[in-house]
Design a protein around this ligand. Sequence first.
Ligand SMILES: NC(=O)C1=CN([C@@H]2O[C@H](COP(=O)(O)OP(=O)(O)OC[C@H]3O[C@@H](n4cnc5c(N)ncnc54)[C@H](O)[C@@H]3O)[C@@H](O)[C@H]2O)C=CC1
Ligand SMILES: C[N+](C)(C)CC(=O)CC(=O)[O-]
Length: 469
Amino acid sequence: MARRAAIIGGGVIGGGWAARFALMGWEVRVYDPDPEAERKIGEVMAGAVRALPMLFEAPMPARGAISFHDSLAEAVEGAEYIQESVPERLDLKHKVYAEIQGACDPGAVLASSTSGFKPSQLQEGAARPGQIVVAHPFNPVYLLPLVELVPGEVAAPDILEKAREILTGIGMYPLHVRAEIDAHIADRFLEAVWREALWLVKDGIATTEEIDNAIRYGFGLRWAQMGLFETYRVAGGEAGMRHFMAQFGPCLSWPWTRLTDVPEFTDELVDLITEQSDAQSGHMSIRDLERLRDDNLVAILRALKMQGAAAGRLIRAQDDRMRGPLEETVPMVTVRRVVPVDWTDLNGHMNEGRYGQVFSDASEELMTHVGADQAYIDAGNSYFTAETNIKYLAETLAGEEIFVETRVTLGEGKKLRLWHEMKRASDGEVLATGDQFMLHVSLETRRSCPPLDHVRENVERLARMHAEA
Ligand SMILES: NC(=O)C1=CN([C@@H]2O[C@H](COP(=O)(O)OP(=O)(O)OC[C@H]3O[C@@H](n4cnc5c(N)ncnc54)[C@H](O)[C@@H]3O)[C@@H](O)[C@H]2O)C=CC1
Ligand SMILES: C[N+](C)(C)CC(=O)CC(=O)[O-]
């Protein structure tokens, strides 16, 4: 049975949480008094369904259902994890916790999305303060893995541990914020950068677009992969961090920042920023911008995944968690995945080279299944492909789910031949076929040789099974 999460407040952030939990196989119950909540979450979900599965090579769990409830008590019933994402008002959050704690399982995690309140402020006056933690996410919650997990002094250790296990399980990176502080860690940076940017616009130094360009063409790219301190260590050259600090330390007392002042949020400043923002991005709807943002984030995260770096490492780990053993059906389903946005070409469909990659992935899955796995390869044996014949039968587009059915058509001594059919999941249409001939090789001599007994026996067994069916 699917595990159950409750989402209290289904706006921008609650919608993102609902989508992430549901896509990771959880049953999700939502409570939000806004009559538009279901429609709004539907929009967020549509974006998430397109984007999140593109990150993974492994099949995602069966999607959990999202249901909408008229009462908060009904929504939290039976939930192991409750995420509060109501507006950033302390009195409202307190009122909502009283209602939640009157109805929920005392062992459930009660987590708040708050951008700035400390757990001690949220826990004040609660029936069970130890149940409440901060789990501060980043928009879009379904794609960005960071969640600041702040227990404060009184959150119960088992609640904290449970929150950590659940958040990791849904592919997030719970950053344990050990001491509570207003606005946690990341929002301190965002607030500082935001404040500085407001000054630059107010003082007529730069437009909103120029500021965005200053970020996205330069240091924004560095931050996504190395953060701040590692980046500056490299910037110190061979002499490293110490040299960097010696060179740039004095600037801290030069007028390089106006951070200590708060720009007054006058109507004039709000109008100026709104006008510049309209001129910069007003030609696109919010949904178009969200889609652009998501496609770019997917491409960046997949590139980091290839490198095994930063957030890409987490996606690899999630792939490993989601990848299960192959089932010995005839034919065998060797690949089940979504076409990612970085696999498409000028024609807007999956590039022909990727068909080869999908069939190669299918063969690797089958190799692993028969015992020619990484350990076998490390010990000096493997299969090499000698010939592949691909027929391209239909187009497939980014975001579509595909799967590959594989049959062993020959398994004799060092010869292994596979017949792959790539199909679209929504209608079963065959998109391509791949006829692949492989030879078992010694990685020492780089020449063909018979496989070890256990691999040979497995290959022959599958070949017999597939021939009989
Ligand atoms: N928008 C952002 O960029 C981020 C916001 N947050 C935090 O997430 C929380 C929610 O923010 P947003 O989603 O942006 O706000 P939002 O305004 O988009 O959504 C809030 C939702 O709560 C609902 N709501 C109001 N009273 C309620 C009640 N008594 N019970 C249940 N639902 C109720 C509203 O109808 C609305 O749908 C805030 O604490 C905010 O600080 C955290 C990270 C990023
Ligand atoms: C602006 N904000 C403080 C609500 C931002 C966040 O809390 C995190 C984010 O997603 O940027």
